[in-house]
Design a protein around this ligand. Structure first.
Ligand code: ZN
Length: 211
């Protein structure tokens, strides 16, 4: 579900932000098609926040809805499948294990939370709700949400690569990829920020924490 970026959309328009707006609309249309408007869930803000990376938010939303085809779900539908997690090979692959309990996933996600000195809940859905207000600092809140969504997206992509292509990368490679994607994403967001006194940009916060 890789999406291409287009350059040079219009005079005075930031091409990346403009493209992100287009992707936002596409993701929103998909979301509305799959999930007609009903009661607003209490974790909405943790997924569909201003400044999100649309393709990451979409996978995070699908995952929160428990719609990713993890092995435990496939087996419950009658598919014959080795049940073990492709990262550790010691526990069954469930959503809770794949994205929170597995040492591989934990290494990725904890890299980001440990630098911010926060301690999210250990249960998957509690962790998403925690992302609504993980800390007082708005820049750090956005960065934590972006990091979580990017972790889910990249872990799922890595899991699929191991399942379908027998290709594998270490957790450190995923962390580097996530850092690169978020850093690039924060650049146009930072340029669009209107900063008041004593406020610093997303990118300045990012460099203070991760680079
Ligand atoms: Zn595992």
């Amino acid at each position: 579900m890789e999406m291409q970026m287009e350059i040079g959309i219009g005079y005075n328009a930031d091409p990346i932000l403009e493209r992100n707006k287009e992707i936002d609309l596409e993701a929103t249309a998909t979301w509305l098609h799959l999930n007609p408007i009903g009661e607003r869930v209490d974790w909405f803000k943790a997924i569909w926040f201003k400044g999100k990376i649309p393709k990451h938010a979409f996978i995070a939303w699908v995952n929160m809805r428990h719609r990713l085809h993890t092995k435990d779900r496939m087996i419950s539908w009658g598919f014959i499948f080795p049940p073990l997690c492709l990262f550790c090979n010691t526990h069954d692959e469930t959503r809770q294990h794949l994205f929170f309990d597995c040492e591989f996933a934990r290494e990725v996600w904890i890299y980001f939370t440990s630098r911010v000195h926060v301690f999210p809940p250990l249960l998957f859905e509690d962790g998403i709700r925690w992302l609504k207000n993980p800390c007082q600092d708005k820049n750090v809140t956005t960065i934590l949400r972006l990091s979580h969504h990017a972790s889910v997206y990249t872990i799922w992509k890595e899991r699929n690569a191991r399942l379908h292509d027998s290709a594998s990368r270490p957790a450190a490679a995923l962390i580097l990829e996530i850092k690169s994607v978020i850093r690039c994403h924060l650049d146009p967001l930072s340029r669009a920020q209107r900063l008041g006194p004593n406020r610093i940009s997303f990118l300045a916060t990012w460099f203070g924490l991760f680079d």
